[in-house]
Design a protein around this ligand. Structure first.
Ligand code: AMP
Ligand code: MN
Ligand code: MN
Ligand code: MN
Length: 285
């Protein structure tokens, strides 16, 4: 595993393949990361580890250090948050069973979303369309539905779909119960991994609630927070670097890349971690 402890390395520890809601296969993602100068790379599909072998094999053939990862969907109060697990043993039985349980809820939610989107957005046969894209009912995500609405000419781009239909309070949004924070962190730790709060700047907590989330996460054994991610502004980079210091969390960096046509930031192209943060890769095996 990586020997460098420098905060200046080009680590990208968050992205998605066709095994969740990305559009590139793990092999193509690995090649793209390597071509972009990434020197430490993790694949973190939503609630699924099925792409990790292909990703590891390709990274190894390219001489690029690889970290097996996953991004777990978690319910906290009435919000969904994401917890990234890094350096996990993807063969761990409890982790696999936990992820399977989380994925199991996706199909029923997708069917409910399809009804809402046909009713409110004028979409046609959208469940079938989304399933064609996802390839597996257990992987169906809002992103697949968003791509279908664009394909059917009902919205200009996927961002527009989320704004109009697929975020809380909008007519195609369906509430869902994901994993608990304790379970998600427990599965990651049980599989020898590092639990990291993904893109905290995206959530809608008050500062008191956010503080409580970080305190609880630390109590459960969480060790990291994403500081540099595509959904953060420069102000967010500073804010979460400070929070990481205050809580003793290590800082992570990841593009959350999904697709060449859609993602606002390519693999390995984000700013480096701010000075003075402890890089999460110092904790890798
Ligand atoms: P799901 O796990 O099915 O709820 O889908 C969540 C995924 O939707 C995220 O991982 C993102 O890929 C995508 N997403 C969420 N919000 C937005 C947004 N505002 N614009 C574009 N994509 C989004
Ligand atoms: Mn996604
Ligand atoms: Mn996420
Ligand atoms: Mn993600």
């Amino acid at each position: 595993m990586p020997s460098s402890t420098s905060s200046t390395r080009n680590a990208d520890l968050h992205c998605h393949s066709t095994v969740s809601d990305g559009t590139l296969r793990p092999e193509a993602l690995a090649r793209r990361a390597h071509a972009n100068g990434v020197d430490l790379w993790a694949l973190t599909d939503h609630d699924e580890v099925g792409g990790l072998i292909e990703a590891a094999d390709t990274a190894s053939s390219l001489g690029m250090a690889f970290v097996p990862g996953v991004e777990i969907s978690v319910s906290v109060g009435d919000q969904t948050i994401h917890v990234v697990g890094l350096d996990i043993d993807a063969t761990n039985a409890e982790l696999r069973a936990g992820l399977a349980q989380v994925r199991q809820g996706r199909d029923a939610r997708a069917r409910a979303m399809a009804i809402e989107l046909e009713r409110h957005a004028g979409a046609k046969d959208i469940y079938a369309c989304a399933l064609r894209q996802a390839g597996n009912p257990a992987l169906l995500s809002r992103t697949h539905f968003a791509r279908c609405l664009v394909e059917q000419g009902l919205c200009a781009n996927t961002h527009d779909v989320f704004t109009r239909y697929l975020t809380p309070g909008k007519p195609g949004y369906v509430e869902h119960d994901w994993a608990s924070l304790a379970d998600a962190v427990g599965w990651i730790r049980g599989a020898g991994g590092l639990a990291v709060i993904a893109h905290p700047g995206r959530y809608r907590f008050t500062s008191t609630e956010e503080w409580a989330l970080f305190a609880r996460f630390r109590e459960l054994g969480g060790v990291g927070v994403e500081v540099v991610t595509a959904s953060h502004s420069a102000t967010d980079f500073r804010k979460y670097a400070t929070i990481a210091r205050e809580f003793g969390f290590h800082a992570s960096r990841g593009s959350d890349f999904h697709s060449p046509g859609e993602s606002r930031c390519d693999l390995g192209k984000l700013p480096l971690l701010p000075e003075g943060t402890l890089p999460i890769w110092n904790l890798l095996h």
